[in-house]
Design a protein around this ligand. Structure first.
Ligand code: FAD
Ligand code: SIN
Length: 530
């Protein structure tokens, strides 16, 4: 057993921002399940929403966030995160993060603020179309060789260790984590009174997603198993515009492309957002994704098209170099051709329920970033609010945790016990079950839902759960089995939350209850393990 002052699970914006601060107060184990930069953060394109111009105001950003959230945002959370944004951004800049600037017309430079769906003002700080990579790179540089941070790559957190499960007669608390070291295949026991989940989202639960492979919902599944409350998992955000291409999976075409004038057209070249919403292509994401879904179902087409060809080629190449180059490699010149796009699972608006300091309902366990549900996003996240949330909440969690640090309680944790053999059948069953979960979630729990499809999904998931548990308990654990176990748990949480919401709101749209029902459902969906 190794003991640390802080265990941080995840090396995206939330985990790195927290670890960097925590390292000034004590020893940090920074666990990340693949290479250090593998995260949604590194893939973020559009940027960070933040009030940075005199033409904007906190009230407008708050109003836009509340409008997108369809009545379910926690207004206090929105106000706090929005108003603390500018100072968190200054901190990122002081670590060397660059955001694009432009000439203000008077010979001086000012931030080049982008526009995205649901925003009434230009307020997206960006670095070309690779903002997340810029942030991830600078944060990783800042933590590199920090003497108090032990970065454990290719280490996968399996489960929280709780006093309840150990049989201690005290308030149930998280006192450490079991972690699979992929290099040795051994499970290590890490002890700390402070465990911070910063493990990102769960896009891989769906067949089509913009998310990287790490996004298997591990944090939500771990917190759930440990007894922490989980909220609002029915609100899965589908990004309207993922590149539709046979060889390139999961490549996002940023909303910023629409922000700079890109229009959506169908297979006959007809624009279809004009009659859907006053903001047309820049309507909130749930509306655009549903309109595309309806257009594809109506026409039977496999995709729609995003057309930015009205803009000068030089502008497109300099503002969207990553998108331009990637599409060009796929044989598509976006300065001349419309881009084939489809919606894909993108963001988990719900998650481990926390307060405004990242505290979960389980003592000692904190959650920040996409894994958490603070109340900022409600039923639908406003574009580019998540990087903002990650960096602000890391700081808030750090301040609260370190304001009440105590000497660690003297507890000895048992070593992990698992089966020692590998099952010969494992590979095929694991990959089959992975595919089955992702396809059934796509087909039955997608953009448009019905009770019948949700119930069918629930039944299949129950069977899959039994099969996966058998692997988990009887054989040596591998990353694939552990991820599968988490996927099935998270998929079930999405379905159970969706089944319990008998109305349509934000990202949860069901044909059986097409109206919003404030009298019964103006509340979070909270799930706790019985
Ligand atoms: P992540 O950045 O996803 O990091 C999670 C970390 O946890 C990873 O290091 C992962 O390996 C690790 N991990 C996971 N499970 C385990 C485990 N069991 N054990 C150990 N480690 C684990 N948001 C915006 O605000 N603006 C944007 O422009 C934007 N663009 C996006 C574009 C794309 C393509 C995608 C996918 C998302 C985008 N988002 C955007 C959303 C945003 O990027 C994420 O919500 C945010 O980066 C999440 O940060 P995080 O630190 O919470 O998690
Ligand atoms: C994008 O660039 O379209 C992604 C923005 C986001 O998900 O917040």
């Amino acid at each position: 057993m190794r003991t640390f002052d802080f265990i941080v699970i995840g090396s995206g914006i939330a985990g790195l921002s927290f670890a960097l601060k925590a390292a000034e107060k004590g020893s940090v184990a920074l666990i990340t399940k693949r290479g250090r930069s593998e995260s949604s953060t590194a893939w973020a394109q559009g940027g960070v929403a933040c009030v940075m111009s005199g033409e904007d105001s906190f009230d407008l950003h708050i109003r836009d966030t509340l409008t997108a959230g369809a009545g379910l945002c926690d207004e206090q959370a929105v106000r706090t995160i929005v108003t603390e944004g500018p100072s968190a951004i200054s901190e990122l800049m002081s670590l060397g993060v660059h955001f694009d600037v432009r000439d203000n017309g008077n010979g001086a430079s000012e931030l080049d603020l982008g526009r995205e769906g649901g925003h009434s003002k230009r307020r997206i700080l960006h670095f070309q179309d690779a903002t997340g990579l810029e942030i991830e790179t600078r944060l990783l540089e800042s933590i590199a060789s920090h003497p108090s941070i032990e970065l454990l790559e290719n280490h996968m957190a399996i489960d929280c260790i709780t006093t309840g499960k150990l049989g201690y007669a005290m308030q149930n608390s998280c006192v450490g984590v079991y972690v699979l070291n992929e290099a040795t295949g051994e499970v290590e026991t890490l002890r700390s009174d402070v465990t911070v989940l910063a493990s990102g989202g769960c896009g891989k639960v769906y067949l089509y997603t913009t998310n990287p492979d790490i996004a298997t919902g591990d944090g939500v599944a771990m917190a759930w198993r440990a007894g922490a409350a989980v909220a609002n998992m029915e609100f899965i955000q589908f990004h309207p515009t993922c590149l539709y291409h046979p060889e390139i999976k999961s490549f996002l075409i940023s909303e910023a492309v629409r922000g700079e004038g890109g229009i959506l057209v169908n297979e006959r070249g007809r624009r279809f957002m004009e009659h859907q919403h006053p903001q047309k292509e820049l309507a909130p994401r749930d509306i655009v994704a549903r309109a595309i879904d309806a257009e594809m179902k109506r026409s039977g087409a496999k995709c729609v098209y995003l057309d930015i060809t009205s803009k000068p080629p030089e502008f497109i190449k300099s503002r969207f170099p990553t998108i331009y180059e990637t599409c060009l490699r796929a044989g598509l010149d976006i300065t001349r051709d419309p881009i084939p796009v489809v919606p894909a699972a993108h963001y988990q608006c719900g998650g481990v329920k926390t307060d405004l300091f990242g505290e979960t309902s389980l003592r000692g366990l904190h959650a920040i970033g996409e894994v958490a549900c603070t109340g900022l996003h409600g039923a639908n996240r406003l574009a580019s609010n998540s990087l903002l949330e990650g960096v602000v909440m890391a700081r808030r969690a750090f301040e609260k945790i370190t304001s009440k640090l105590r000497e660690p309680v003297d507890i000895s944790l048992p070593e992990w016990r698992s089966g020692s053999v590998q099952d010969a059948d494992e590979l095929v069953v694991v990959s089959h079950n992975w595919d089955e979960i992702r396809r059934l979630m796509w087909d039955y729990v997608g953009i448009v839902r019905t009770d019948k499809r949700l119930k069918r999904a629930a039944t299949r998931l129950r069977n899959l759960h039994t099969e996966v548990q058998e692997f988990y308990w009887n054989f040596k654990v591998t990353r694939d089995v552990l991820e599968l176990r988490n996927l099935v748990t998270v998929a079930s949480l999405v379905v159970d939350c969706a089944l319990s919401r008998k109305e349509s709101r934000g990202l949860h749209f069901t044909l059986d209850y097409q109206e919003r029902d404030d009298a019964r459902f103006l509340r979070d969906t909270i799930m706790r393990r019985i």
